[in-house]
Design a protein around this ligand. Sequence first.
Ligand SMILES: Cc1cc2nc3c(=O)[nH]c(=O)nc-3n(C[C@H](O)[C@H](O)[C@H](O)COP(=O)(O)O)c2cc1C
Length: 180
Amino acid sequence: MDLYQALQGRRSIRKYKPDPIPADLLEKVLDAARMAPSWKNLQCWKFIVVQDPARKEQLAESLPAANPALKAVREQAPVVIALCADPQQSGIQDGKEYYLLDAGLAMLQLMLAAYAEGLGTCWVCWFDEAKARAVLQVPDRYRVVGLTPLGVPEHAPSPRPRQELEEIVYMEEWGRPYKK
Ligand SMILES: Cc1cc2nc3c(=O)[nH]c(=O)nc-3n(C[C@H](O)[C@H](O)[C@H](O)COP(=O)(O)O)c2cc1C
């Protein structure tokens, strides 16, 4: 799939078919995440692949009832991937903690690769980290940055709105309007 097609076509998927994901395909999308850029190439991330239905259910208990991705994590998606990152294995510059950025880039690469393979994902960050940490046995030095269900989409959501380029791009300096 063309990269731009993936960038335009990817959606957050919150309804999944129960179809299992072949191990080779799972490895392919994990490998896409592995190739992400990171602060000083320190690759501060770890991925936990959760497939056991009982553990997925326990993990889902870390999501509030109002989280629209709850059902996907709890019972629909055959796989849930938890993304963890070690802040000490990344950098802090002017108070900006780059482990979050490193982890986010890895997750985005995974999501785009999944989309290119016909699979759905949905970033999930609205969860109780302490609960997720306990369920997944994550060591204290790692933060649980996010989760994503992974599976065959059961729906094709329409695109969510995005700001226009004119609203978010300046030319040369802050406030100078964008021109093509
Ligand atoms: C950092 C981050 C956290 C998110 N957390 C959640 C979440 O907890 N639950 C959920 O349903 N969607 C979550 N989303 C998905 C966003 O709602 C979604 O990306 C946004 O509405 C745009 O829709 P799209 O991904 O289909 O383009 C999250 C996205 C990001 C980037």
